[in-house]
Design a protein around this ligand. Sequence first.
Ligand SMILES: *Cc1c(COP(=O)(O)O)cnc(C)c1O
Length: 397
Amino acid sequence: MTDKPKRNFRPATQLVHAGTERSPFGETSEALFLTQGFVYENAEAAVARFNGEDPGFIYSRYANPTTNMFEKRMCALEGAEEARATASGMAAVAAAILCQVKAGDHVISARAVFGSCNYIVETLLPRYGVEISIIDGSKLENWQAATRPNTKVMFLESPSNPTLEVIDIAKVAEIANSVGAKLIVDNVFATPLFQKPLQLGAHIVVYSATKHIDGQGRCLGGLVLSDREWIENEFQEYFRHTGPGLSPFNSWIMLKSLETMPVRIKQQAHSARALADFLAEQNAVSKVIYPGRADHPQADIIARQMSGGSTMIALELKGGRKAAFEFENALEVIRISNNLGDAKSLITHPATTTHKNLTDEARLEQNISEGLLRLSVGLEDTDDLLEDVAEALKAIK
Ligand SMILES: *Cc1c(COP(=O)(O)O)cnc(C)c1O
């Protein structure tokens, strides 16, 4: 039994119902199929399954009914034809890139990406003979200038971690198309609600579902979404034989999390906006970067490609590292952590944690100063968060 949409339902409705596949028991809540394999009625049925004449399941490394529901629900939200869920965001990024490159190909990546994504491009790909260019992705001319006849993949993150810089996805997609390359967008910071890279012309969108999709700090997970042709012809064999798929248990958690995602993200973005506006008025604060505020350096691009603000804020304190630590240590509601997209508000000092391995020069280039903090806004009461921040600012000497 399948819940088939009769009309084009709105996202919140899709996230409760899309992809639901009921067992013969007719359960209300989606079932958890915690199974490795599947049995066949007879030998002929196994043959049909293996020949692809019967589309059923074979082995949970390839596909699983619970994981399938999660993938279908994400497809409905993203407007993608196909998706594969992976064990982590990094499994998604690695698979999306590695499945389609070979020695002699060329990959272009923006510099301001999640640290492990940078490792895949800058360290791993050259080991296998893939040429790479790492560019300042905020300047469109850099993408054009970096293209080569063998450019196969372009990779970017927008808004970027941790400074919430934005890249014009539609324009980069045009450049990718003009050289026959595939554009992969890491859409974690935007969330699937506020930005639709596939509609903007990107070919592949990847997520760390660990962040807003789980949204409650429990399971790691990831997703690769694209058109059917690319998933079937370029991605599926790699996925099936290298085994990065998400476990059915974690898929079930993610599937159920999607039901509440719009409510959560709306509330988190509401609080984030209030906090960003408050912080921007404070003397101790030299800079607030929040997608959705008119003073964001790329507010014009945001107006074109994002439908909502963000749950993330980048703020810079005038007193450098000393002030940043005094502020962090005085917070009572907001906790210090490197994670993000959680129901709990979390704050990070990138220069000494997530981005400590960059050279001083590279940090400077990415505007990661000693006074920079990245704040992931959670589901606590907005006023408690505002009071927490106001009190902690008083602790800066
Ligand atoms: C967290 C994150 C990743 C990696 O995801 P994991 O689930 O931790 O593997 C990739 N990209 C971005 C932007 C992230 O925030």
